[in-house]
Design a protein around this ligand. Structure first.
Ligand code: G4P
Length: 570
């Protein structure tokens, strides 16, 4: 978004208004019987996305507003209890024990104006961000939520980079415009400078902080002036005015924005003509919306535009080529496993993203990664703590499968066919420990616990030899993951463990000449270990050690995440 000098208004390009057209033709809006819908129609109305943000930017508040619009909840505050971000570790443990919160993410499904929405829920706490990284594997697009007073914060940046690894389309919502924040233009430049993505505004705030009055829809050229501030369940009231409406000028005048505001939107108009749906879909440009989730300002406008802009489920890469969503053979992949969903029955659920075909309760599928046949009889949708049995589901949907220990993250399930989807990479941990136990007789229990917990993706484990016989090292993104590990080892596996920090803080997966990779173990401040797939991984004590190794071994390629592979049973 580079605004250079005053430019002339030019005619609207034909793509504008595209999202509104698409909203109007959705089948459910016409009250058609959903069971009669074809697979194509079901795919067309699905949107599967995640919200990425730094803690406190307002993700819980925005999620709540989206669920309110969808009628999935009736009162703001209903999902507050999911928040882990503000709890100290000790509180967290207590809450985790009571399962008052879901620390790791699942999906919230609701209908809105004919769309069937799967909002992938991600944990608020940065220490669980690896779970968020994996969840993005199941998303077709992303909402990047920023706090208007803070701009791009560290956690947003990290999550953005993961979304970019997958070229996901990213829609930006700048929240809290009802508070004094950074100037709107500064925010756009910051997005462009820090994230190297072109930011194109779709609406523009009318005033900010105390003088905030609403937003101007740059596509429909209409001002949405808010007339009431509702914090609770009800939507805020608004008046919609054309840009030439005589009622608009006195409002702009009252906050000292006349005539600058109109000049500004003329400039933005030429900017918004740079919009290119193709560049949005491959993550090169991001449409930007302003609003206030807490006050319900601009949220509905945002949601309607977002649903029009964001893509329906698309093809997924497999070892046999792309699998299209309307391929009639049911298929999907596991992107998350969560144990202890219910404290009374130590149950474990695997979350599956459906990629093609139609899921029907009781169907038998094959886990192509292990070769096992499985009847899917207990299949659930989750909304917060609520579970619902699923009779049928479609591409884009997320379903929870009861897991007696037969699924792994990245597994492909198919009804027919012999293809596997690309595996989900491991993302780089930043902390490493060696696990020590007081009672050597508990060694077996410890290994079992570590392997099972790692299978859920709650930690990563590495060994000093490819066969995994020697010492096990544990990697995590944040300290809280280690606290959870200790707690779970003690309570689920009856192993009291001590975690000894190792002083390594960066990691790279190594591919290339095996002899050269072997030499890494003799290098200062570098440790060569192996992940669960027996891939060599180098741990470094500091940035200096990492740079030294990268320069010294040009024939080795170093990767920040584990390379994607296709795992298949022999
Ligand atoms: P998170 O999930 O991203 O961590 O953030 P959350 O929604 O909990 O919001 C963090 C704080 O920001 C909350 O205030 C929330 O009320 C506030 N907030 C969210 N959206 C807006 C907005 O549009 N405008 C303003 N002014 N504030 C907003 P809190 O005082 O920390 O918590 P609470 O007492 O309101 O629950």
């Amino acid at each position: 978004m580079i605004l250079s000098g005053r430019q002339q208004k030019t005619p609207r390009p034909p793509w504008q208004g595209e999202e509104r057209d698409r909203l109007e033709i959705l089948p459910n809006d016409r009250n058609e019987n959903q069971t009669q819908m074809s697979l194509q129609e079901q795919i067309r109305r699905r949107r599967t996305f995640a919200i990425i943000s730094h803690p406190d930017a307002g993700k819980t508040t925005l999620t709540e507003k989206l669920l309110l619009y969808g009628g999935a909840i009736h009162l703001a505050g209903s999902i507050k209890s999911r928040k882990a971000a503000r709890y100290a570790t000790s509180d967290w443990m207590e809450i985790e024990r009571q399962r008052g919160i879901s620390v790791t993410s699942s999906a919230l499904q609701f209908d809105y104006r004919g769309f069937s929405i799967n909002l992938l829920d991600t944990p608020g706490h940065k220490d669980f961000s690896e779970d968020t990284y994996r969840t993005l594997e199941a998303a077709d697009s992303v909402i990047m939520l920023l706090d208007g007073a803070k701009g791009i914060e560290p956690q947003t940046l990290k999550l953005f980079e993961v979304a970019r690894l997958r070229n996901l389309p990213i829609v930006t919502f700048i929240n809290k415009v009802d508070r004094e924040g950074l100037p709107s233009l500064t925010l756009l430049s910051e997005i462009e400078k820090i994230l190297s993505i072109r930011a194109i505004p779709r609406n523009w705030p009318i005033g900010m902080g105390r003088s905030f009055r609403g937003v101007f829809d740059l596509i429909a050229r209409k001002a949405h002036i808010y007339t009431s501030r509702e914090h609770g369940g009800a939507r805020s009231e608004e008046e919609v005015m054309d840009e030439d409406d005589p009622r608009l000028d006195p409002i702009l005048d009252s906050i000292g924005l006349l005539p600058e505001f109109k000049e500004e939107i003329d400039l933005l108009d030429s900017e918004s003509q740079m919009w290119d749906p193709g560049l949005f879909r491959n993550g090169t440009i991001t449409p930007v919306f302003y609003g206030s989730a807490l006050n319900n300002f601009g949220v509905e406008l945002f949601l309607n535009s977002f649903l029009g802009l964001s893509p329906q489920p698309g093809p997924h890469t497999s070892d046999m080529g792309p699998i299209l969503p309307d391929d009639p053979r049911f298929s999907g992949f596991i992107f998350k496993i969560q144990a202890n969903m219910d404290p009374l029955h130590r149950d474990r659920f695997a979350f599956l993203r459906i990629c093609s075909g139609r899921f029907e309760k009781g169907m038998t599928v094959r886990n192509v990664n292990t070769g096992q046949e499985i009847k899917l009889s207990k299949t659930l949708h989750f909304l917060g703590q609520k579970r619902e049995l699923v009779d049928e589901a479609f591409p884009g949907d997320i379903i929870g499968l009861h897991d007696p220990g037969v699924f792994h993250i990245g597994d492909t399930l198919v009804e027919k066919g012999d293809f596997v989807f690309e595996g989900i990479p491991h993302f780089s941990p930043e902390l490493f420990v060696r696990v020590q136990i007081e009672d050597p007789l508990k060694r077996k229990h410890l290994r079992k616990g570590l392997f099972q917990i790692a299978e859920e993706g709650a930690i990563q484990i590495f060994t000093l030899d490819p066969e995994g016989e020697r010492d096990i090292l544990v990697g995590a993104v944040g300290q809280l993951q280690f606290d959870v590990l200790k707690f779970r080892l003690e309570h689920e596996y009856k192993v009291r463990a001590k975690l000894e920090p190792l002083g390594y803080d960066r990691v790279r997966w190594a591919t290339g000449d095996p002899d050269q990779i072997g030499n890494l173990s003799n290098t200062l401040d570098t440790l060569l270990v192996y992940d669960r797939e027996k891939m060599p991984v180098a741990l470094f004590r500091n940035e200096w050690a990492l740079r030294y190794v990268v320069e010294k071994y040009p024939s080795i390629e170093f990767h920040g995440t584990s390379p994607r592979t296709f795992r298949k049973s022999p």
